[in-house]
Design a protein around this ligand. Sequence first.
Ligand code: G3P
Length: 251
Amino acid sequence: MRKPVIAGNWKLYKTKDEALALIEELAPLVAGVDNVEIVVAPVFTVLPTLPAALAGTSISLAAQDVFWEEEGAFTGEVSPRMLLDAGASHVIIGHSERRQYFGETDQTANKKIKAALKGALVPIFCIGETLDAREAGDTFKVLERQVRGGLEGLTETQFAPVIIAYEPVWAIGTGKVATDEQAQEAHAFVRGVVARMFSKAAADKVRILYGGSVKPDNVKGLMASPDIDGALVGGASLKGASFASIVRYGE
Ligand code: G3P
């Protein structure tokens, strides 16, 4: 009942030409896939280049961040309206790398989610515990704080388009994927928090993606878990063949 989403976060990789080459490789490999939503997230400067290349494909375009003001004296920022103007339909918000290196907090993620929704962008809202938090037994406490903080003040209707991505920080770029059981446990917990914040219906509908060292050889196991509705893929999204085989995990 929940349509899976497989999203590629290209992080700080791919110039315009490299991005076009990747789409040229990827598009034919995922042609005809209609049971999975496919999203790619390049750097800001590449966004306007891609809509023409993606025309006729079912691949959607995401930005990797957004600011909460529409316009003004905010040097270096990009607003929801500008992302729409560049052809994006989705935006990643609150990624752990932004939390770690750029001062992102639950509160700034909350402002960005509200601005994205107001601007008709679909937020892909990232949460996840650090290794220290997991080892201290604080995983659920951290996840609950992040979910409640990031989604604070939204009505159930406003929340409806939001996609959540659970990315345990210790599994990002490390090759250490969470076990299917660890991921399922966290996803079920997050869905429970959504149910308590909004309703069971909202929790039943929200797509919760797993991120952290997803590869063609582990995606199937993860996707077999009842509360895992897709993947946010870093490294393995940078090659057409590996990303396509993640998209086609069900075949
Ligand atoms: O947002 C995706 C991500 O942080 C996971 O990266 O390289 O571990 O798949 P990676």
